[in-house]
Write a protein that binds this ligand. Structure first.
Ligand code: ATP
Length: 251
């Protein structure tokens, strides 16, 4: 990987870019993943590369929803595998949930590489190599899913997912939690909880919230989920971008 000096003002962003490029070189991430990364970087720049208050509220609601879930499942694609494999494993372990490799541009080789990477990071349950079900409303390769994972989950976490799959999962009656830096994406607008934050920050924050809320009573968790309003959170995210941009030209 290219060496990035720690003193660089945009160190974290450049390291992330390198990780995704390395993901492509190692055969974990598709070439299209570079474009998704670029779009994410752009929105992160507009947000000020920070976890905003609305993202923190969404993260808390997501943690409560996951703690209430009977069968949570987490989707992992090539960008997620390149950026936060260890963090996804920690999150999955905290909730005893399976990690399902779920690729838009599926190749069996890439699925295996990602599954092996997650196992090497200590994952207890990695699935997706042998899909045995299809999600209605999607074309064949993108519809593949696994029983005991995303297919029968009641709550699914879909970081960096495309809008069609998000819609199809919601149409199956699942509660959908998205991590997506674009508050205007179809995914963010269709999910029940949209964490508008970089997965580099969102994944460890979510694990920390799960640990923090795990001692709460079920009724308190239900209260957090009930009081959460995703449309309002997306509106606040847009206002946070606007506020950040206006702040750039104050002087
Ligand atoms: P949609 O179909 O939902 O409108 P899209 O066509 O933009 O979305 P993709 O190109 O599949 O969907 O999107 C990837 C999404 O992931 C983009 O919205 C991008 O902002 C987001 N993204 C990329 N990198 C990150 C990251 N590191 N953390 C969080 N989100 C990211």
């Amino acid at each position: 990987m290219t060496e990035i000096p720690k003193s660089h003002p945009r160190y974290a962003s450049l390291v992330a870019r390198e990780r995704v490029a390395e993901g492509v070189r190692k055969g974990l991430t598709s070439i299209q993943g570079l474009i998704a990364q670029g779009r994410g970087e752009c929105f992160d720049y507009l947000l000020g590369e920070r976890t905003t208050p609305s993202a923190a509220a969404a993260t808390q609601a997501a943690a409560a929803m996951l703690l209430l879930a009977e069968r949570p499942a987490f989707s992992v694609n090539g960008n997620v595998a390149a950026l936060v494999p260890e963090e996804m494993v920690k999150l999955a372990c905290a909730l005893a949930a399976p990690l399902e490799v779920n690729l838009f541009h599926r190749s069996e080789e890439r699925v295996k590489r990602i599954a092996d990477l997650l196992r090497s990071c200590g994952a207890e349950r990695v699935i997706g190599e042998n899909p045995d079900a299809t999600i209605e409303g999607l074309d064949h390769a993108r519809a593949l899913a696994t029983r005991g994972g995303i297919y029968d989950a009641d709550v699914v976490l879909i970081p960096l997912e495309d809008g069609d799959r998000c819609e199809a999962l919601a149409a199956m009656g699942k509660k959908v939690i998205a991590i997506d830096l674009n508050p205007l994406s179809r995914t963010a607008r269709r999910a029940n909880v949209s964490i508008v934050d970089n997965i580099l920050r969102a994944a460890p924050n979510l694990t920390a919230q799960v640990r923090q809320l795990s001692s709460l009573q079920r009724s308190d968790l239900e209260g957090i989920v009930r009081d959460y309003d995703n449309e309002n959170v997306l509106h606040r995210a847009v206002q946070e971008i606007k506020g950040h941009l206006e702040g750039q030209f104050k002087d």
